[in-house]
Design a protein. Sequence first.
Length: 450
Amino acid sequence: MGVARPGPRARAAGSRCICQKENSTVKRAVRWGLFAVLAVAFALTAAALEFMSQGKPQVDGQALLPGLEAETTVYRDEYGVPHIIADNELDAYRALGYLHAQERLFQMTIMRLMVQGRLSEVLGDKPFSQGRMPGATTVELDRFIRTVGFHRMSQNLVKRMHPDQLMHVNAYVEGVNAFVRNANELPPDLALLQKTSGYKVEPWTSADVLAMGRFIGWFLSANWDSELLRIEAVKTLGLERGWELLPRHKHDGPYIVPDEENPFAALPEAHKPIHENYLPPEFNLDDVPEGMFGALVDLHKAAVASNLPLTWPYASNNWAVAPERSESGAAILANDPHLSHLLPSIFYQAHIQTKAGLSSSGEGLDAIGVTFPGMPFIVLGHNRFVAWAATTTRADTQDLFIERQNPDNPDQYWDPVTNGWREYGRHAETLKIAGRGKHKTVEFTVRTTR
């Protein structure tokens, strides 16, 4: 008896039916998987957009700013630059503080933490290098800044400020704190910092404003590190050759101020030999002894590694065009300060216009230019009568002193004013360093002289 077997066509048809069912199931699973991925992506995008929209700056409508003496108006031009119109200067600075805080509070907070020597409090001990400051980590930077004492000095300066200047600063601080106190939501970057580090925004103070100014001034002054190198050069090569080694910016370079208007022209002759001591004479490179170039290269490498440059790596410029040389018939002042490119910008442009000022004449203020977030004044700009700019001059603005310590008492140093031994000032400092779950502390003492 023969056995009937299905032919190839029948097997193929049966097999094809099973594969179609399997393919349909796979396709359905893929479709649902893609839908789930898209749904999650959409939800995450929506959540991110919602998070990023928190604390969005207010650019229209009305805002309540406690302390205002009269209604103050802020309108923005096509570039988004705020124009503040106020009855008086104090109200204008209150409004500027409010604007700075609502748009740049994260930037201001990080800057203040740096100036106070508290970066490691929120970032932990992390690699960090800040141009004109020594140190390769946040802890080293914090320790150096606490030693210099920008904030400590500024707390003392507040007590000595002219009353009018202090009124300006206090009004600005009131504006900053009004936003911090009344904001319903923090900006997303600041909210994230608070969530990850536990840091809560603290009220702004007048000392914070002055400390930021002193820090920026330090950042733009750069000869203390050159003096350190010069000490090493003199120790190694002797006084004359050590002074010759490091390039100096000539004090008697070309200038446009006539001698009769130059306030430095009347300086006594005694200063000239001092300057001549550090003006290296012309010399022929062929006369440099063999091996000297290698030594200079090694010294330069060590300087770069220590953030102590032998040469001048920073620069800036400003220049003016007389009215008779400009197409408009008006004077032109151009300024290129060469400050760091940051996001957001280190500058905040604003226009301030008031009906009355604090001066004896009572004339109002009408000025436009750039400010530093965290400080109330227009640092580069112009009013109706004059424009002003700033550039580094490589001036000798910093000096280092080697103190003479009492060999019988390490807590005393020689005071040449009183011609006797004097106790060091002592300041206890505590660094809080963020870690996993908790902070650790490092304590040290800063000694100061008068």
